[in-house]
Every structure is written in C-alpha cells, then in structure tokens.
Design a protein. Structure first.
Length: 462
C-alpha cells in the first residue's frame, strides 16, 4: 500500500513513513493510492465480532507491509485495554431509528482517544524496530493534548511536550494533562492564546536545525494514521444495525473534518453508508461551503463546543482531492487561493461532495435547548458537541434508514455548559473520580521560541 500527497508533488510513502512524517513535503496530506475493498460477505462477517477483531480486519489492508499481523493485533489490544466499556464504542437509542454512538469511554473521555491510543502503540512499535526516538510536540486547546499525553505516557521511544494556553483550558482538561506522573510527559502552560501555541509549534517545525536535532514529530489530526483508525467504529456501528443488508446514515460533529472523513473512507471501502451529515456550530465554514460552494475564512467565534471552533478545516483537503478526481494540481491551486482568503469549489466537485455529504449548523441557543430536551425526552445527558450532532441527526432522520449520531465527548468534560443547559452537573466516571485529588506537574513557559526550544532540548537530554 502506497500513500500519495493530496497536492500530487511529494514522494510516495509506506504507511509507517506517512505516519511518522505527518504533513507531506509539498504541504499536502497523505491519502492511500488505492482504497482497499470489503465485500458484502466481509462486512456480514463482522456482525457480532469484538471491537478489536473488527479493528484488525478494517485496518490491516492499509498497513500490511509496515506491520505484521501480530504487531498490529498487539497494538490494537493495548490501545483499547484502558477503555471504560467492553464494547469500546457502544450505541444507545435516542428515538425511533435514531442511535447515539458513544465515543467517549476512553481515558480522556473524548473520541480522540480512539486514534491517539492506537498511534501511540504504532509509534512505539515502529520506532523500536528502527532503534529511533522522537520528540512529539503538540499544541492544544484542550482535547488533543490530553489524549496525546494519555497515549504516549510511559512509552520509551518518545518524549511528549504539550503546549496549552495558560488559564484557558477547562480544569478537567488541565488536570488530564498535568497529573500523569510519567517522566516522558511534559505539560507546558504558555502565556497567550491557543493560536500563539499553534504558531510557536509551527515555528519549531520550520526551524529545521531544531526539528532535525530533536527528531520532531507531530500527531495532529492531519496524520493519516489517525483518520484510518477512526474508520473502524463506522463499521462496528453499521454492522450492528444490519449492514451490509441495510444502508445507514451518520451525523458527525465536525471541526477539522477528520472524523467524518473516516466515514467517507468506510463508504469507499464498501460500507453501505447513505448520508454523511456534517454538523457544525456557529463556526460554519463547512456548512456554508457545502450549501454554496464558497469556502471562505471568517473569524473564529468562541463557542460552548470549543473542539469545533475552527476557521480552516484541515482534513477537508482530503475530501476535495477525491471530489476533484484525485487531481493534485487542482487541490494545490485551491490551497494557494485559500492562503489569500478563500476559494470556490467547481460545480463538478461540489456535485461529487453532495453525493456523500449533507450539512447543518446549530446555534449556541439551539445547542443549549437540545441538551435540555435530550435529557428530558431521550434520557441522555449530552456534551455540547454531541448535542449538535444529535440535533441535526434528529432533524434528518427518516423511517427508511437508521441514523447514527456520534457522541464525541463525555458530558463531564464540559460540565459548565451541560449544567447551564440542563441544571445537572455531570459527574466524572468512577475510574477517574480522583482526578481532582491527584497532584499536578506543569511548567509555565513564555511565548518565546528560543526559550521553548532550549527547554525541550534540556529535557530530552536527561
Ligand atoms: C476534535 C473534536 C471534534 C471534531 O472532530 P474533527 O475530526 O476535528 O472534525 C468534535 N467533538 C469533540 C469533542 C472533539 O474533541
């Protein structure tokens, strides 16, 4: 299996190299040159299997030459052993023909654990084989950083540094980053906003002497391995609702488009998905683009669903690549235009996108109202992100096709918004109820590239 860049101008890589590289050298994102197929019989055979076995069958064709079957099975077992639910991604019913896929039973209570836990294991196996170490540096507004720390803590082939904006993450998010005791974990509270953290991270990647010196690696959501691992729960959900003999639709709370793009890959592999519905909050660049064809950057308006507060949706580039018939030069051109504010999707490509994707937008007030309604009439306390999906899923459900809405975070991760909407303060699950008692370990750092680089070099030298 070879991986090619969406901009058509970078070397083809194996799965392992694409995973360790992240961004392609032409600025594009890696995608598989061919998408492996699963037949109706292959899909029928998934009914009743464990999450782990399904994961193996879905992921294996994409990674074949990089990982042996035993290595892959070992990674999958270790990745999901720490989840708080045996089904890993269980489903509950919200309404007639409307289901909620709970993706928040991982160690940091958000769906990012599915992919991050797995790539922690894949990195460790691959780096041990190569006899290499890497330094992972990430910037976070909350969820990605905690998921990365949980996934990489204690692995001896990596050091993990996470920059978060001091005083601007929730207490649960901060504690998830500052309480793991493992010595390869470094939580850095930086003066400034999330954008400043992301800008310093980008500076480090552009400072080649530093980048090569510390063997810098990234694990943000453009990493192909993260997208791939998320394909699995589309299969487990659809198989348990009767695929391949029945079509299923999904509604996905969307920010960087990584999660819903995994659904698109599942469909390309042969899973009978009818509609993939993009659910956005007031930061609705994707909803506008799918309705009008114009992809135009605006200002980010902070919301109660912060993990979807985006201005540019990085994985959308992958969807454009397929909508433009794998024309890398056309995608490169669009991305040049985006640097100057925006672009228009061609009529043909827009039509192709609309064959798979629908979209909807939910305001702040509607989100709060739906959290309250779902608690009263569906018996579910939803986090704001999940509520946005479930509201749009409810608006789009029909009697012919089951609708699955994705719940991407546990309500206890966003207790203030949930309490504000419903009057109920959601408690943390028992297995992490002592989070508030654990001792914290964090380094305050200035918004200064040289100071950050010096600190990282000193820490990894120990
Ligand atoms: C990251 C995140 C999202 C958005 O997922 P994308 O893959 O970026 O579209 C939605 N909900 C929660 C809780 C998240 O953490």
């Amino acid at each position: 299996m070879k991986y090619v860049s969406t901009r058509g101008n970078a070397p083809e890589l194996t799965f392992a190299d694409a995973m360790l590289t992240g961004l392609a050298r032409d600025g594009g994102l890696y995608v598989p040159a061919e998408i492996p197929q699963m037949s109706a019989d292959d899909i029928r055979a998934l009914q009743g299997l464990s999450y782990e076995e399904t994961a193996f069958r879905v992921i294996q064709p994409f990674v074949g030459e990089s990982f042996s079957d035993d290595e892959l099975r070992g990674c999958i077992e270790r990745a999901y052993a720490g989840f708080g639910h045996n089904a890993r991604a269980p489903m509950v019913q919200l309404a007639p023909n409307h289901f909620l896929l709970e993706l928040f039973h991982g160690p940091t209570l958000a769906f990012k654990d599915f992919a991050m836990q797995m790539i922690g294991q894949l990195f460790q196996v691959e780096l041990s084989k190569r006899g290499e170490r890497v330094t992972i540096v990430g910037a976070t507004s909350g969820d990605t950083g905690s998921a990365a720390i949980e996934a990489f803590k204690g692995l001896d082939a990596v050091d993990v540094f996470i920059l978060y904006p001091h005083g601007r993450v929730s207490e649960v998010q901060r504690r998830q980053m500052t309480t793991p005791p493992e010595s390869n974990v470094h939580a850095l509270a930086m003066d400034g906003h999330f954008d400043d953290c992301q800008a310093r991270l980008k500076d480090m990647f552009n400072h080649f002497e530093f980048r090569d010196g510390v063997k810098l690696a990234g694990v943000n959501s453009i990493n192909w391995a993260r997208v791939l691992v998320q394909v699995v729960y589309y299969f487990t959900a659809a198989a348990s609702l009767g695929a391949p003999d029945r079509k299923i639709s999904f509604t996905v709370p969307t920010g960087n488009f990584g999660d819903i793009f995994a659904g698109y890959i599942a469909k390309q592999m042969g899973l009978p998905i009818d509609r993939l519905v993009v659910a956005t909050n007031q930061n609705d660049i994707l909803d506008r683009c799918l309705k009008t064809g114009a992809y135009e950057k605006g200002d980010v308006a902070p919301s109660i669903s912060p993990s979807m507060d985006i201005q540019v949706s990085s994985n959308f580039e992958r969807a454009l690549y397929f909508a433009y018939g794998k024309d890398g030069a056309a995608v490169a051109q669009l991305m040049d235009e985006l640097a100057n504010g925006g672009f228009s999707v061609s009529q043909g490509a827009l039509q192709a996108l609309r064959e798979d994707f629908d979209s909807g937008r939910v305001s702040e007030d509607e989100t709060l109202a739906f959290i309250k309604e779902a608690n009263a009439t569906m018996g579910e306390l939803l986090c704001p992100h999940s509520a946005i999906a479930a509201k749009i899923g409810e608006d789009n459900r029909d009697p012919a096709t089951p609708m699955v809405s994705l719940a991407t975070a546990h309500p206890a991760k966003f207790p203030d918004a949930v309490e504000n909407a419903s009057g109920i303060r959601p408690p943390l699950p028992n297995r992490m109820a002592d989070l508030y008692e654990r001792s914290e370990r964090v380094t305050r750092v200035p918004n200064d590239l040289t100071a950050l680089e010096t600190l990282i070099q000193e820490r990894i030298a120990k």
